[in-house]
Design a protein around this ligand. Structure first.
Ligand code: IVH
Length: 674
């Protein structure tokens, strides 16, 4: 019995070591010594032994790359050393500048650089203690990431156990999790065959897979890892980046075989050229080249600027471009009413993805490009950014097949008039409260704390109500019944009753809050309060001309126009009336004796800092006396209130001969001095 047990133990050890060696040859050295079938045979034998003798199964066994129990969420991990990012250069002259800075610092013309491909995946930190993989985390914001140990353990080319000599007691390796192009294509083909949505590119696929809560799913994704740096460590490491990479490799860790150590600027440029040529034949995606000072002590001497080292830079490949035809232009309405022209393209493969839409941003961009429907265009895709039309190939324009792009005069979703304010690039739908594209946003704003403050009506519930077609605009909230509400998923009768009650309570509000709740563009709480104070009654605001609106404190040309157009839309007026009919009310604002408003019609600008009162308090006090407080000095300014350290505004006011009050002057004006 004991004999048999011992043999089993020995066998488990022997098979494990064999498989670890085969993995190392295959993944790290890229030189397998046995056929796959032999690997599979040993793997099966080991699995069988481990099933028969569960006590012999170790967490680091080569069979343990299949994932374990699913998690409900990822724990946060604080990085002991922040995970930094890299500065970028986009042309060879800037690369020369970088190298010159390094050479100046080292006073060695022959400074060595470690050059590495810039892998296009996502950064991860992996900690080995006494040679065993104990923790893996995503980069997150650089300071804290997510604990993805279970998923990382399933990455085929990453050892659970290090090999070789002089392994540091603690070793944090940093590197990139990515997906091989081949694996990505197979994965996507499988997803498509199963009727699921394929991933956009290998990077997204890697990110999606690494963030799977179920590590069994991650285990089936063809993820890979290459190390490019060391984080914390307790042990001996070489004092050269390149040698460190070699050391990692000797401990069984995978590194890209493209990493090189070179001396001299010419060699650095050559590397970029040769890898650019090789790029499409590499097994994985790269988006540039990383140049690092090789000498670790020079790295330490050079240090960091904000979040990136001074001793490294990434030379990014130019964005990828392709030529195709604009088949049509459609107009999309965003959540805030912005109307965006989108070019519908003849599908074209750019930078690893098929592109059939490209944003044209706005009218100005259409004019800048001089683009017509039917044009042949160059589309550009840089990283994850939405594809853009870079330029029109005018030489290939066929007058018979092209037509002008006509911007709609009314919203393609709700048919309200569109507005484009001078000086603004964006064209917008004015149907705010009514437009389906803006519906959810409008209702969420309406219910928010500074608006009607409807307790218990959160964003998720608004989504549900709209998705279930229970409300189309905010006024319909008030006719919802307990019965209707409790028919919603995860909504009990008690919560439903509570909500009906808080809707009831929210009806009593103020004119300022009500105005703010309408979500008129650029009408924030202060502007709403100023409008309420100025006009006192809703109809007066609705009927006000642009000129009249502009006389209100905080209201400039643009805000005045937003207000004016909003109240000229029948759809919006309808909703406002329905809200009032639903019983929303506010106390009447008392008439203020005009004789108290000694600063009525005067425009003030406040600049600099003050001791006795804050800037906001001075502003409020001036407004209470009827003054308008504006942000910039112009010929319409009557008085500049200048505290200490006043700068350009003071200079401008002096130049324009505007009255200037210092702190004691304004305190006297406000009657705040004895
Ligand atoms: S070194 C202190 N080396 O690029 C410098 N980063 O833009 C830390 N990346 O978050 C990064 N290949 O995800 C380094 N050979 C390489 C890299 C590389 C890809 C990524 C990494 C990092 C990002 C910074």
């Amino acid at each position: 019995m004991t004999d048999k047990q011992l043999t089993a133990e020995q066998q488990v050890q022997q098979f494990s070591e064999l498989l670890e060696e085969y993995n190392y040859q295959y993944y790290v050295l890229d030189a397998p010594s046995v056929p796959d079938a032999e690997y599979d045979r040993i793997f099966k034998l080991l699995k069988q032994l481990e099933t028969e003798h569960p006590e012999l199964l170790s967490a680091n066994s080569p069979t343990q790359k299949v994932g374990g129990a699913a998690l409900s969420k990822f724990e946060q991990v604080t990085h002991q050393l922040p995970m930094l990012s890299l500065d970028n250069v986009f042309d060879s002259a800037s690369l020369d500048d970088f190298m010159q800075r390094v050479i100046d610092k080292s006073s060695l013309a022959e400074t060595a650089f470690c050059i590495e491909p810039k892998l296009d995946g996502l950064a991860a930190s992996i900690i080995y203690e006494n040679g065993l993989l104990v923790q893996a985390a995503t980069r997150g914001d650089g300071l804290t990431g997510e604990n993805v140990t279970e998923n990382v353990k399933t990455i085929a080319n990453l050892p659970l156990k290090l090999r070789g000599d002089n392994i540091p007691a603690v070793l944090e390796v940093r590197g990139e999790v990515f997906m091989l192009k081949e694996g990505f294509n197979k994965l996507n083909a499988g997803l498509v065959a199963a009727g699921e949505k394929p991933f956009v590119n290998p990077r997204n696929a890697a990110a999606g897979s690494l963030r799977q809560l179920d590590s069994k799913v991650a285990a089936n994704r063809p993820l890979a890892f290459y190390c490019y740096a060391v984080g914390v460590f307790d042990g001996d490491l070489a004092d050269s980046q390149y040698q460190r990479i070699e050391q990692l490799k000797s401990w069984g860790l995978p590194v890209s075989s493209e990493v090189k150590r070179v001396v001299g600027e010419a060699a650095c440029h050559e590397f970029y050229d040769s890898i650019s040529e090789k790029r499409s034949s590499l097994a994985y995606e790269i988006d540039g080249v990383v140049y690092k000072v090789d000498d670790i002590s020079l790295q330490e001497e050079m240090g960091f600027v904000s979040r990136a080292p001074r001793w490294a830079t990434a030379y990014k490949f130019p964005a990828e471009e392709a030529v195709t035809t604009v088949e049509n232009v459609e107009f999309q309405v965003g959540r805030t009413g912005a109307i965006t022209p989108v070019a519908k393209l003849k599908p074209v493969f750019v930078g690893g993805v098929t592109v059939s839409n490209a944003t044209l941003h706005n009218k100005d961009e259409i004019e800048r490009l001089g683009i017509l429907i039917g044009d042949v265009v160059v589309v550009r895709r840089a990283g994850d950014v939405i594809p853009q039309v870079a330029r029109v190939v005018v030489e290939q324009r066929d007058a018979n097949k092209t037509s002008e792009i006509v911007f709609p005069e009314t919203c393609p979703v709700c048919d309200s008039k569109v507005e484009r304010i001078e000086g603004e690039a964006v064209t917008r739908c004015t149907g705010g409260l009514y437009c389906e594209a803006q519906r959810k946003q409008a209702i969420k704003h309406f219910a928010s704390r500074k608006a009607l403050d409807i307790d218990g009506l959160g964003d998720k519930l608004v989504d549900l109500l709209v998705d279930h077609n229970m409300i189309k605009d905010p006024s319909q909230l008030f006719s919802l019944t307990t019965q209707q509400l409790s028919s919603l998923p995860r909504m009990g009768e008690t919560s439903a009753k509570k909500l009906v009650n808080s809707l009831q309570v929210s009806k009593k509000t103020t004119l300022a809050r009500f105005l703010y709740s309408l979500g008129i563009r650029e009408v924030g709480e202060t502007t709403a309060a100023n409008l309420a104070k100025h006009y006192k009654k809703l109809p007066a605001i609705q009927e006000a001309s642009i000129e009249s609106l502009k006389s209100v404190s905080d209201v400039g040309e643009i805000v005045a126009k937003h207000l004016y157009y909003f109240f000229r839309q029948d759809h919006n007026l309808e909703v406002v009336n329905q809200l009032c009919d639903a019983g929303i009310h506010w106390p009447v604002i008392e008439e203020v004796d005009d004789s108290e408003l000694v600063l009525l019609g005067k425009t003030f600008v406040i600049t600099g800092s003050f001791d006795a009162m804050s800037r906001n308090d001075i502003k409020a006090a001036l407004q209470a006396l009827g003054a308008k407080v504006s942000g910039s000095v112009s010929k319409n300014t009557n008085t500049l209130v200048a505290g200490s350290a006043a700068g350009s505004k003071l200079a401008k006011a002096t130049e324009l001969g505007i009255e200037i009050l210092d702190e004691s002057g304004v305190l006297a004006l406000l009657g705040k001095t004895e």
